[in-house]
Design a protein around this ligand. Structure first.
Ligand code: GDP
Ligand code: MG
Length: 446
């Protein structure tokens, strides 16, 4: 896997000019400067070299050119001065903006946006077959409405290259309109093919998940902003050899490891892809299946790089994404990571005041692990919660599980199913939630 990093470094670094737009009255998680700093880090991860940047504050985007037409001219001459080959926008450009800007910036400069960049980074880091299929699908769905001469070569290239068509290649110019039409059809065919393939992979995944559920080892999913230290934590906990790198999105696919907990217990810890503000919607859609792994977990560890100046905003972005994928009902344990970077140990306590109920650790230096593991064990095995559920008869497994692992106070058999009042370990709560008394009885929850 280290090989990939080297490949990245060997690519010629395209000289890139950043453009940020601040819309008056629009609430953003990160300030303009912080968002551009993050874009720079993303660009660096994708192998681009930043040579300059410009910001424009607007009431609303220009319908044709996104930024004002005067600003286009200004950026163009700045970019020429800096020999820039890529103009990179911090926001997703509509197909129309993209076309118009490409026309105005001319043959020598390529216009990219944050979404294309993130998709490209994901494509470079896909490790499994499913991951590659998901990113390739997301890339084509993003590209199809934006197909201009700048994109056409990708259609032909990607036929065999599977999601590998990167930022580095975007500049090649394709032939004219006729080829464009052919390319559109080709892309549509590829999209259909990818969807069919993904269905097959998903069916397989379903069978695997069902098997894993039977094993009854609780699943703990690591979630968090990209670069927070999730993979490092999984590594340290499991002494597993998961790829760790100071790059955004170094890991793409969930990796699961068994970890021993105090008291002879065990849990499966699963790493997930990093969240980020303005995560492209195509990606959230493409990754829904992978993110479903999160929805299966009994506990989420929300890893936060507490030394990051934007830790709060990053945490908020994670909560938003969890809500978007409907995983916000799962219990969360907040883990403040990288405390070894505080010169003064008192800082960790200050941080804990901002995040009540969190555990402070250093994933790298393996500090705070005793408390972390004890808290996880407590959350999974010792926290009993009171529930009243109405379980339909076809949920035989859940009925049996309640009797086995819970404490039953009242049972009543009705025409529709079994009503049980009692207490269950907190880790099982997510499974019983859909059947809580008073709720509508849903069919086929899993
Ligand atoms: P992920 O994107 O959340 O999986 O983050 P990684 O585990 O890949 O870590 C990102 C970067 O942060 C790497 O350079 C790690 O070495 C570094 N890192 C992770 N945990 C710690 C920590 O506890 N202390 C310090 N100083 N660095 C850490
Ligand atoms: Mg990672």
């Amino acid at each position: 896997m280290a090989k990939k990093t080297i490949e990245l470094k060997q690519q010629p670094r395209d000289r890139t000019f950043l453009v940020g737009v601040e819309l008056y009255g629009e609430e953003q998680l990160l300030s303009m400067d912080d968002s551009l700093a993050e874009l720079e880090m993303l660009a660096h991860t994708a192998g681009l070299e930043i040579v300059g940047q410009a910001i424009q504050r607007l009431n609303r985007p220009n319908p044709k050119t996104f930024i004002g037409s005067g600003k286009v001219e200004e950026i163009k001459s700045l970019a020429e001065e800096f020999d820039a080959e890529v103009i990179l926008f911090d926001d997703e450009l509509s197909p129309r903006h993209q076309r118009e800007l490409e026309r105005l910036f001319g043959e020598k400069m390529r216009v990219l946006d944050r979404t294309a960049l993130i998709l490209d980074i994901f494509a470079q880091h896909a490790e499994t077959h499913e991951g590659s299929l998901q990113v390739e699908l997301a890339q084509y769905e993003y590209r199809l409405p934006r197909l201009t001469r700048a994109w056409t070569h990708l259609a032909r290239q990607a036929g065999g290259a599977g999601g590998r068509a990167g930022v580095g290649g975007v500049g090649l110019r394709g032939p004219g309109e006729k080829q464009l039409e052919v390319d559109r059809r080709e892309i549509q065919r590829r999209i259909d093919f990818l969807k069919t393939e993904l269905e097959k992979v998903r069916a397989h995944r379903e069978r695997y998940r069902a098997r894993r559920k039977k094993s009854r080892i609780p699943v703990v999913a690591l979630v968090g902003y990209t670069n927070a230290g999730k993979s490092t934590l999984l590594n340290s906990l499991a002494k597993a050899d998961v790829y760790v790198a100071n790059q955004l999105f170094a890991t793409l696919d969930p990796t699961t490891r068994r970890v021993e907990l105090p008291g002879g217990h065990a849990a499966l810890f699963t790493d997930t892809v990093g969240f980020i503000q303005k995560l492209p919607t195509q990606l959230v859609a493409a990754f829904r299946a992978t993110l479903e792994e999160i929805a299966d977990a009994e506990l989420l560890l929300h890893v936060i790089d507490v030394t990051h100046p934007n830790a709060q905003a990053q945490a908020e972005a994670v909560h938003q994404t969890l809500a978007e994928i409907e995983a916000d009902h799962i219990p969360i344990l907040t883990v403040l990571n990288k405390i070894d970077r505080f010169g003064n140990p008192e800082m960790a306590n200050v941080a804990l005041e901002n995040f009540p109920d969190a555990v402070a650790i250093s994933a790298l230096k393996e500090q705070g692990f005793d408390e972390l593991l004890a808290t996880i064990t407590r959350k999974l095995y010792e926290n009993y919660v009171e529930v009243s559920v109405e379980l339909p008869y076809e949920q035989g497994a859940l009925i049996a599980l309640f009797h086995e692992q819970g404490q039953v106070d009242r049972v009543e058999h009705t025409r529709l199913g079994v009503e049980i009042d009692g207490r269950i370990p907190g880790r099982l709560l997510a499974r019983y939630r859909p059947f809580e008394a008073g709720d509508m009885i849903e069919e086929e929850v899993d």
